[in-house]
Design a protein. Structure first.
Length: 101
């Protein structure tokens, strides 16, 4: 049973790391602010969520896993809210999205 939990934990950790790295590459490669913001916010939420899930599986049921759950809940509410606020501020500041014609 412990081997199965370790395998699932490592799958979550590695896939979370992959999504975080893919988001970093997206920040460098995408053409404008809005696509970069989308890449950062989606991969931040998904990648960090998977990493925290993998860490929760590694720690078992303990005080550390409760703290990781609280961090995960805070992250799931704050990251999309911050991305939305940044996008609204950019639109309010008259930043136009890049449209390839």
């Amino acid at each position: 049973m412990q081997l199965l939990l370790d395998a699932i934990s490592w799958i979550c950790l590695l896939s979370g790391g992959f999504f975080v790295v893919a988001g970093g590459i997206g920040l460098l490669r995408f053409p404008d602010f809005f696509t970069r913001l989308h890449a950062a916010s989606v991969t931040d939420t998904l990648g960090t969520g998977l990493i925290l899930l993998g860490l929760m599986l590694q720690s078992g049921f303990s005080q550390a896993s409760v703290k990781l759950i609280l961090i995960l809940v805070f992250l799931f509410f704050s990251s999309p809210t911050a991305a939305h606020a940044l996008a609204k501020a950019a639109l309010h500041g008259k930043l136009v999205p890049f449209v390839k014609r």
